[in-house]
Design a binder for this molecule. Structure first.
Ligand code: ADP
Length: 270
């Protein structure tokens, strides 16, 4: 298509003088669309073969249980193919979120119930690291939005808190509502995040300490997914963190996304 997109900026200098800057960003936009499509296509193509590799690795790991050396290799194969599968799933989810034109569905998300699920999932993940997971607040107010997206965003934050903090740490989660809206939050007593890294954390594959974070098993796309889910729901992510003092991640939602109960035909919060 031969339409062009202009980015316009008005800069004021002096009392009544303005500078109008117009930049043709059509090419940048077209490249961005190509990049997105390419990533989505590659991820989609990789999905099926990876599922096969993972399935075979799983069978091998079971069948070879009596042969220690081979079993180790099979387990490594299973672990790494599982990691690739998670990466491909996250890439697909992110590209779906980035390209979605329709607003999210208005499912009535029972957040108090979701907090219980998240706690159980996190405890299962942390079975060996003896993390504690505490629900600090669970308002009986539901959220209107995509249940699957909200669940995925919140669980990314809870899993991050478990993965990026030392064994035995305490993770606190909460859902609170006030006059202007509601927030879900996850706090930890982990290493914290230096201020200059915070603004970039939602970029794809941005990691504070690349080597260390990779070893912890995430895909590097968690916070990018969280950001897009919140944007689609009219909300935003806030990070409060100080090195050595732990981190708190807030998912803020506007009042219009809240409803009084999780029964059918919910009444809006007034
Ligand atoms: P990853 O899969 O690497 O966790 P994310 O996008 O979820 O990717 O997070 C990006 C980076 O932000 C992480 O690699 C880590 O450096 C940092 N991070 C996220 N959550 C925490 C946390 N609770 N405490 C400390 N650092 C964190």
């Amino acid at each position: 298509d031969d339409s062009i997109t202009l980015e316009i900026r008005v800069i004021r200098y002096g009392k009544r003088q303005y500078l109008l800057l117009a930049r043709d960003v059509s090419r940048v936009q077209r490249l961005e669309t190509m990049r997105r499509d390419f990533v989505a296509n590659v991820s989609h193509e990789l999905r099926t073969p990876l599922t096969v590799v993972y399935g075979v690795a799983e069978t091998l790991a079971e069948e070879l249980a009596d042969e220690p050396e081979l079993a180790d290799s099979a387990r490594l194969l299973r672990q790494q193919s599982e990691r690739m599968k998670a990466l491909v799933e996250d890439l697909l989810m992110l590209s779906r979120l980035e390209t979605a034109t329709a607003p999210p569905p208005d499912d009535v998300v029972n957040v108090a119930g979701l907090l219980q699920d998240l706690r159980e999932d996190a405890l299962a993940l942390a079975a060996q690291s003896r993390h504690e997971v505490v629900i600090e607040a669970a308002a009986e107010v539901s959220l209107l939005g995509s249940e699957a997206e909200v669940r995925s965003a919140f669980s990314n934050l809870v899993f991050n808190a478990v993965r990026h903090t030392p064994a035995g740490s305490c993770v606190r989660i909460g859902w609170e509502v006030n006059n202007s809206g509601g927030h879900f939050r996850v706090s930890d007593d982990g290493p914290g995040i230096p201020t200059h890294h915070q603004a970039r954390l939602t970029e794809r594959f941005y990691r504070v300490d690349d080597g260390r974070s990779r070893g912890r098993g995430g895909t590097g796309l968690g916070l990018a997914i969280v950001k897009h889910v919140l944007m689609r729901h009219g909300g935003h992510l806030e990070i409060q963190s100080l090195p050595g003092k732990g981190s708190t991640f807030f998912c803020h939602f506007p009042k219009g996304r809240l409803c009084q109960s999780h029964l059918p035909n919910p009444s809006p919060v007034v």
